[in-house]
Every structure is written in structure tokens, then in C-alpha cells.
Design a protein around this ligand. Structure first.
Ligand SMILES: *Cc1c(COP(=O)(O)O)cnc(C)c1O
Length: 227
């Protein structure tokens, strides 16, 4: 077994174990492999051990990998900051965009998504703790944006994505994940078809799952340190 295959296997076991402990959020949890700054060859190795969901942060790098790996049926997620002039490239190559945090980006993605393709799956990136240095919509903005995404023809609202503040204490961290999950539930009460609460990375996916995550985004724990 390669080390990537081994890490994926261990992670899946850890995810299943933590899902089983949950009382409230009984949906399954998807593992999204974050492959930014890792080679197409490593992605291929992960694919060969069954991984299908991959995420990239940088448009150019992501598009190159989509092209190099076009023979694989990978579901590609964009999770990085988005410049509006890159929206057409994203809409052409990706299946999901999790980092939508403003109207202009949503509008451009919808306008450039080919009607021959399935609608682009959208998560709104939220920033619920007033972190000025981070992207993301606050609650009010996210509610407005959700309505816009619902109305745009070539987009499909799937949920929210969050990168919470750096850990100060375990208690604080869990409280923050719980607050994100609470907002997600509120959004789901308005849009009952959404199904994705994307939170948790290599260092914090266990508490994120405990608090209701449905998709964890893991890079380092699968592929090792980035260059
Ligand atoms: C890089 C990145 C991740 C993965 O981080 P790791 O700590 O390597 O697991 C997850 N989410 C986003 C938005 C990222 O940019």
C-alpha cells in the first residue's frame, strides 16, 4: 500500500468512527481531498485507492490538473479565493465552488456555466466571527447571497463552507463549529434541499464532525506537507 492509500484508509476509518458517535447529525460525512500544491501523480494515486472528490485553491493550477487528469471521473471542487475575472475558467472546469462570498462572483459563475453541463454546485463561504483578514460572508450577507444563488439559472445551492478562527481552546473551537452548524440549520430551514456543511481540515476534522460537518476538507493528512 502506498502512503497515500494508507492515509486515506485511516482517515475514512476515523471519519466513520466519529460519525457513529453522533446523536444529532446522522448524515454521512464526505472526505474531500485537498490537492493544492501536490502533483497530478499523487492525485492519481489517491484516485486509484478510491478517492473521487478533490479540491484546488488556485485556478490556474487547478485547471492544469483537470486537464492532465481528464481521463479520471473526478469531482473537482474550487475552495480558494476567487477573482471575478477567473469565473469563466472555474465554471468551465469545476463541478463545485465552495468559496462564493459575493454577488458578482455568483452572477459571473452562472453566466459562464454552459447549459450543456449540470448546474455548478455552490457553497457559500461564511465568516461568522468577524475576521477581517478572511474572506467570507457574514450571516446577513450569506442569507441574501443564498437567495441570489437560488434564483440564478446555472447554479445549485448546496450549503456553506467555513474556515473557523485558529484554535484557542478545544471548548472555544467546538463552540465555533456549533455556531456554524446552527447557522447552517437555519439556512436549511429556508432551503430544505441543501445538504452540505463543509467544515473541518486535517487538524480539526474530528471536532468538526462532532458538531455536524457533512464534508471535511483534508490536505496534509492525506498528501503530507505542501512544498
Ligand atoms: C488548504 C486548505 C484545506 C486543507 O488544509 P490541511 O490543513 O492541509 O488539511 C482545507 N480548506 C481550505 C479552504 C484550504 O485552503
Amino acid at each position: 500500500m502506498t502512503s497515500i492509500a494508507l492515509q486515506l484508509d485511516l482517515l475514512q476509518q476515523e471519519i466513520v468512527k466519529n460519525c457513529a458517535k453522533r446523536q444529532n447529525f446522522i448524515h454521512k460525512v464526505d472526505l474531500l481531498a485537498v490537492s493544492k500544491r501536490h502533483s497530478a501523480d499523487k492525485i492519481r494515486q489517491a484516485y486509484q485507492s478510491g478517492q473521487r472528490l478533490f479540491a484546488e485553491n488556485y485556478v490556474q493550477e487547478g485547471v492544469e490538473k483537470c486537464q492532465q487528469l481528464a481521463d479520471l471521473d473526478i469531482c473537482w471542487h474550487m475552495i480558494g479565493a476567487i477573482q471575478s475575472r477567473k469565473c469563466a475558467l472555474i465554471a468551465e472546469h469545476f463541478d463545485w465552488v465552495q468559496s462564493v462570498d459575493r454577488a458578482k462572483v455568483a452572477q459571473k459563475l452562472s453566466a459562464s456555466r454552459s447549459t450543456k453541463l449540470a448546474p455548478l454546485n455552490i457553497c457559500l463561504q461564511v465568516n461568522l466571527f468577524d475576521e477581517a483578514q478572511k474572506a467570507g460572508a457574514n450571516k446577513e450577507q450569506a442569507l441574501e447571497l443564498a437567495q441570489l444563488v437560488e434564483e440564478l439559472p446555472n447554479l445549485k445551492l448546496r450549503g456553506i463552507m467555513a474556515i473557523p478562527p485558529k484554535k484557542t481552546s478545544s471548548k472555544q473551537q467546538s463552540r465555533q463549529f456549533a455556531e456554524i452548524a446552527y447557522f447552517y440549520k437555519h439556512l436549511a430551514s429556508i432551503y430544505p434541499n441543501i445538504d452540505t456543511l463543509s467544515m473541518g481540515m486535517s487538524a480539526d476534522f474530528v471536532p468538526a464532525i462532532e458538531q455536524g460537518s457533512s464534508m471535511v476538507r483534508v490536505g496534509t493528512a492525506i498528501f503530507g506537507a505542501r512544498e
